[in-house]
Design a protein around this ligand. Structure first.
Ligand SMILES: Cc1cc2nc3c(=O)[nH]c(=O)nc-3n(C[C@H](O)[C@H](O)[C@H](O)COP(=O)(O)OP(=O)(O)OC[C@H]3O[C@@H](n4cnc5c(N)ncnc54)[C@H](O)[C@@H]3O)c2cc1C
Length: 282
């Protein structure tokens, strides 16, 4: 493992934001994880869905970015630190169906399970059949995982995901084509690769009748694309993305997000909920 002291979290987060952490650990292998899970710590994957605080974090920060996986018939058994994109590729190459619509989502499998990551109406929770996780010093294996829209039991109740069993379906032969189409659609809609951001900032709105309204649509209608605070801006191509165009702070981004929320609340009476995880030192 690699251990760094008092380094800025901005260097390790896709948003490029965050003050110093007391200790930052990058694991070399998933076997190193269990011994690190004690005391005051927080664990992240690729930090593609988080906003770290400007004040930094006075605790041990573990980046779980290493992991292996294997394909066994219809199953993929993977460490939480494995790259979701690599797992998607392996599924497609093995003519398995169930992950192709998640192509292009950055980050680790652990991060994806935590937030039940998804796109085009599909989410990782649809195919996760069993998870091995750490909680309060115990390792637990469970087939019952409470997933919701961008939500999981881990988000609500804590626990560190160590490994997961994904069950796919025999492919139809169209998976590769779907994967390519998904990636090309994402290229058109999303900020270009390398942009400092954390994906969609707000969750889509689910009405009581189950109907979903895209947060980006509401934000577009209230003119959010013109908003900026310091170097934090709303992406011109998609109003649900906040991008860091230089030296934005977490404060800039939160102020901008609140302006966006206020506008939507005033015009539509709807309160948007953050999808990005705002990390705070309690
Ligand atoms: C350009 C871009 C596009 C994106 N598009 C999408 C999209 O289409 N759909 C979508 O759902 N998301 C999208 N995202 C958001 C993000 O990529 C996903 O949420 C991803 O699954 C996060 O994985 P990560 O490893 O980066 O998690 P991190 O950002 O590192 O962590 C996110 C949260 O998960 C927790 N966590 C991470 N690993 C574990 C673990 N092993 N055990 C317990 N908790 C853990 C962390 O503590 C944190 O609270 C996008 C992001 C970007 C930058």
């Amino acid at each position: 493992m690699k251990v760094l002291k008092n380094v800025p979290l901005s260097d390790f987060s896709n948003f490029g934001v965050g003050g110093p952490a007391k200790e930052v650990i990058f694991i070399d292998s998933p076997e190193e994880l269990p011994e690190l899970l004690e005391g005051d710590f927080l664990l992240f994957g690729e930090a593609t869905n988080v906003l770290f605080p400007d004040e930094g974090l006075d605790k041990r920060i573990i980046f779980n970015r290493r992991g292996n996986f294997q394909v066994d018939g219809l199953w993929i058994i993977a460490d939480s630190g494995a790259s979701l994109a690599e797992i998607v590729n392996a599924a497609v190459e093995n003519r398995l169906s169930g992950l192709e619509y998640l192509a292009g989502i950055p980050g680790t499998l652990g991060g994806a399970i935590f937030g039940n990551a998804g796109a085009f109406g599909k989410q990782i929770g649809d195919i996760v059949k069993e998870v091995e996780y750490w909680k309060d010093g115990r390792v637990i294996k469970s087939k019952k995982i409470g997933f919701g829209y961008r939500d999981s039991q881990f988000k609500r109740e804590g626990g560190i995901i160590l490994r997961a069993w994904l069950k796919l379906e025999r492919g139809t032969g169209r998976e590769k084509k779907i994967q390519e189409e998904v990636i090309s659609l994402r290229r058109k809609k999303h900020p270009p690769p390398g942009t400092a951001c954390a994906g969609s900032f707000f969750k889509n709105v689910v009405l009581p009748n189950g109907e979903k309204i895209a947060a980006g649509l509401l934000l577009d209608k209230v003119g959010a694309k013109n908003l900026r605070v310091g170097d934090a801006r709303v992406f011109e191509g998609h109003a649900n993305f906040i991008i860091n165009t230089g030296h934005a702070t977490a404060k800039d981004i939160i102020t901008l997000a609140n302006l966006m929320k206020d506008r939507v609340r005033q015009v539509f009476g709807i309160t948007l909920e953050e999808e990005v995880i705002i990390v705070r030192d309690p």
